[in-house]
Ligand binder design. Structure first.
Ligand code: PEP
Ligand code: MN
Length: 361
């Protein structure tokens, strides 16, 4: 299903932007002092364009700090007054949205747990109608690009064109080094579906630990994302939520200093020529790969007919294990990644079996 959303570029609502879009501030606003002191330090680094602070905190389990709530809206207003930075917070229902809009909050984001619920998103979208707020939609907790897109569409249909998607990673099924595993292929798919939608990354919620922030942020830039949302706190060791993943404003600046920001293209003609040449070689190789796959399938078809005539099953497990072992071995000799070779041959084999069972039907 091809859809077209009218989406404004970041520069149209943030004219001072000098790529990338960097958003920072505490996971949770805890007090007026914490909000403002953190903001003042952040504002010293001119690479920070938006201040974030959670007021209503969606906690996975009850009993932990659930945010200061509405009282913090005026502290965010104060941050804006004192630093000049636009301010943003998470909204998770109609009431939050109404209050945030009435308080003149510039950026409203929909959290990962809310994006997973179309009813919640619709309720928020209904309140957003007629406003010119900037709305950011985090990915849902499960890697479902349609659900993510659905939420963006609901907000867009409410007339919100200042729209951004945030990749904050997905709930892992088992223990991994990260709190939420990044799925760059889901991000690439969203970019393919909505090419004019700005997408930023939230390495804090992907990482869960501050030591991984640099690595994930660099990866986001390498993938051509448009910015980052990184949690920062004046004293992370005392933070009331997400203390392991927050950094001080100084630590944030140190991370930013190390990051290499890549351009999607360059005006250097020599680079463009070289790239064009390499790309045409890739195109030619891909065509050859497809032609070879087609020849392979032709043989598979012959084998299928032959098996049918001799009343033999399409799948022969011994042959399959032997084939896989050999392919992985050859792949290794050719310096190919083992997992990649395995997945590739699983796919090829799956389709070969499908073809042979069709012949037998
Ligand atoms: C947050 O940004 O503080 C937050 C709770 O995010 P998420 O919805 O990604 O968990
Ligand atoms: Mn957080």
């Amino acid at each position: 299903m091809g859809i077209q959303l009218t989406i404004n570029p970041i520069k149209s609502w943030l004219p001072t932007i000098d790529n990338p879009l960097l958003i920072s501030g505490p996971c949770s606003i805890e007090s007026e002092e914490q909000a403002i002191e953190t903001a003042k330090l952040l504002a010293k680094d001119k690479r920070v364009f938006v201040y974030r602070g959670g007021l209503w905190k969606p906690r996975t389990r009850p009993g932990s700090f659930e945010g200061v709530g509405s009282i913090g809206l005026k502290w965010l207003q104060q941050v804006k007054k004192e630093t000049g930075l636009p301010v943003g917070t998470e909204v998770a229902n109609a009431q939050h949205t109404e209050e945030a809009l009435n308080a003149g909050i510039d950026v409203l984001w929909i959290g990962a747990r809310s994006t997973a619920s179309p009813f919640v998103v619709q309720e928020i979208a209904d309140v957003l109608k007629g406003s010119n707020a900037v709305v950011m939609v985090k990915n849902p907790v499960n890697p479902d690009v349609q659900l993510w897109m659905g939420a963006l569409e609901r907000v867009n249909r409410a007339g919100i064109n200042n729209l951004v998607a945030i990749h904050r990673g997905f709930t892992p099924f088992r223990d991994t080094e990260y709190r939420n595993y990044p799925s760059w292929k889901t991000v690439i798919e969203l970019r393919r579906l909505l090419p004019n939608l700005p997408i930023i990354s939230d390495p804090s919620h992907i990482a869960g630990k501050r030591e991984f922030l640099f690595k994930i942020s660099q990866k986001a830039f390498d993938m051509g994302l448009d910015g980052l949302m990184i949690e920062s706190h004046i004293d992370p060791s005392c933070a009331l939520s997400d203390k392991d993943q927050q950094v001080t404003p100084d630590e944030l600046s140190a991370i930013l200093d190390r990051l290499v920001i890549r351009n999607e293209s360059t005006s250097n003609p020599q680079f463009e020529n070289q790239l064009d040449m390499l790309r045409s070689r890739i195109d030619a190789i891909d065509t050859e790969l497809l032609e070879m796959l087609a020849s392979r399938m032709e043989i598979v078809q012959k084998i299928g007919t032959y098996k049918k005539e001799n009343n033999v099953t399409a799948l022969q497990i011994n042959r399959w294990s032997e084939l896989m072992n050999n392919r992985v071995k050859t792949g290794k000799e050719l310096q190919l990644n083992e997992t990649f070779v395995k997945i590739l041959f699983q796919l090829i084999h799956e389709d070969s079996v499908r073809m042979q069972t069709e012949i037998m039907d």
